[in-house]
Design a protein around this ligand. Structure first.
Ligand SMILES: [Zn+2]
Length: 274
């Protein structure tokens, strides 16, 4: 996917950014990971997916959005048994997000969107967002993953009973955003049926809403779920284009939203809706 990069903060000069400030009310902070993606996909898969989706969304809404550099390492402790995976602790990542958004705030941004390409980052992002809302009462801050906003499309396209990490859905996305992420001849079927999982893995998948985390070396011999061989460029295009469309629609509405006003209530009685 070709993207031009005029909205990337790191590619601009400070006078350009100063001139853009009034016209670009939203900043996107993309988060990735450097973690194993099975035998047929590169470690930077989540980083590249987040970066490309952020780029395309920014182009769609140009010039209203700037994109910060992607953070190329995330919370990947559950993949550490596989060579090359790098991980930050959740405490470190939430601090990184907090400090990046703090920097944006000091330059005038009051609307920020954190886009994570890696589900392992979610808990850290949630804590960071909660702190940022408390620390900056006039900051609008929102976040999402990529596949989370297209779960209906994913359910429609998935072919495996067990899916998720490096399955046919994620591999399809990688083929579309950057074909160099995928080594088609090395793609393998991972744990694609419940019967492929050990008893703890089966239990972890049997009760929706209950979190029973498992490490990937236990879940899958190859490191991936689902069947990466079933991936297709067409499926990837539909997933990514729909995600871009939905995130861009949200951000378009966020751009027009009035400024967030500090709560009129003292903090002690202000209850956050969950
Ligand atoms: Zn991934």
């Amino acid at each position: 996917m070709h993207t031009d990069r005029t909205h990337r903060l790191a590619d601009l000069t400070w006078p350009e950014i100063a001139a853009l400030a009034d016209r670009a009310p939203i900043a996107i902070v993309p988060l990735g990971a450097c973690e194993q993606h099975g035998p047929g996909m590169a470690m930077r898969t989540d980083t590249t997916r987040a970066e490309v989706v952020a780029d395309v969304v920014a182009q769609r809404l140009s010039p209203q959005v700037v994109v910060t550099p992607v953070i190329p390492v995330g919370v990947s402790e559950h993949h550490m048994a596989f060579p090359g995976t790098l991980t930050l602790s959740a405490v470190t990542l939430q601090q990184v997000v907090h400090e990046l958004v703090d920097s944006l705030y000091r330059h005038g941004w009051r609307k920020v969107f954190v886009l994570t390409g890696h589900g392992g980052n979610n808990a850290a992002v949630e804590v960071a967002v909660s702190r940022l809302r408390a620390d900056f009462p006039d900051l609008h801050i929102a976040w999402s993953g990529i596949t989370a906003v297209v779960s209906d499309v994913v359910a429609d396209l998935a072919t495996s009973q067990v899916r998720g990490h490096s399955c046919e859905i994620e591999t399809s996305q990688a083929m579309f955003v950057d074909p160099s992420l995928v080594f088609p001849e090395r793609l393998e079927r991972g744990s694609a049926d419940l019967a492929d999982l050990d008893p703890a893995g089966q239990l972890s998948r049997a009760h929706p809403g209950i979190h029973f985390p498992q490490a990937y070396d236990v879940l899958s011999r190859t490191g991936n779920l689902g069947d990466a061989r079933q991936a297709s460029l067409e499926a990837g295009e539909r997933i990514i284009q729909t995600a871009v469309e939905r995130i861009a629609t949200f951000l378009g509405e966020l751009a027009n939203l009035p400024a967030r006003l500090p709560s009129p209530y003292p903090p002690s009685i202000h209850v956050e809706a969950s």
